[in-house]
Design a protein around this ligand. Structure first.
Ligand code: FES
Ligand code: FES
Length: 180
């Protein structure tokens, strides 16, 4: 089945009902995407599908035909979010981190703290207490904005804003866990 994986046209002969999570880890060798709950509750498996954050454990591979999938490997270790998670203490054991970063990557650059909280509400972390994660996301947004402003001054395109579509979907979904 053909799709675009981290910017490259890819053809993987996996069963259409195989979970995207398993295709990525087993057939594509991209183990950065983690499995936590396996049932859409923890967000550890979050990837971007056509720019929207989805839980890869809930997506049958057949649904990605002809579409674009981005995983944590697609950020190539150079995304401002990845630096910010390190410097702001947004990662400890790291199990939730790829999913957190991919969910954060789907947020608009001008997201408020409340937007960040809602946008990451489907991503659970057992280690950090979340504040380091929220700081990291906001720091990365400031870094990206500064970069865009400087590119704009140079007369170059500042880049488009991502839609936070998953924010709405997650806000509508009752959570099993209350957060402080
Ligand atoms: Fe997919 Fe938990 S492993 S949401
Ligand atoms: Fe350990 Fe989040 S850093 S679960």
């Amino acid at each position: 089945m053909q799709f675009v994986l981290n910017g490259k046209k890819t053809n993987i002969p996996a069963h259409p009902m195989k979970r995207l999570l398993d295709v990525l880890r087993e057939d594509c060798g991209l183990t950065g995407t983690k499995e936590g709950c396996g049932e859409g509750e923890c967000g550890a498996c979050t990837v971007l599908l056509d720019g929207q954050a989805v839980n890869a454990c809930l997506v049958p591979f057949g649904q990605v035909r002809g579409r674009s999938v981005k995983t944590i490997e697609g950020l190539r270790g150079r995304h401002p979010l990845q630096d910010a998670f390190v410097t702001e203490g947004g990662a400890q054991c790291g199990m939730c981190t790829p999913g957190m970063i991919m969910a954060a990557a789907a947020l608009p650059r001008n997201a408020t703290l409340d937007d960040v909280r809602v946008g990451l509400a489907g991503n659970l972390c057992r280690c950090t207490g979340y504040m380091g994660i929220y700081r990291a996301v906001q720091k990365a947004a400031r870094t990206a904005s500064a970069g865009s402003a400087s590119r704009s001054k140079d007369g170059k395109h500042a880049g488009g804003r991502r839609k936070a579509t998953r924010t709405k979907a997650r806000a509508a979904k009752p959570s099993r866990r209350a957060r402080s």
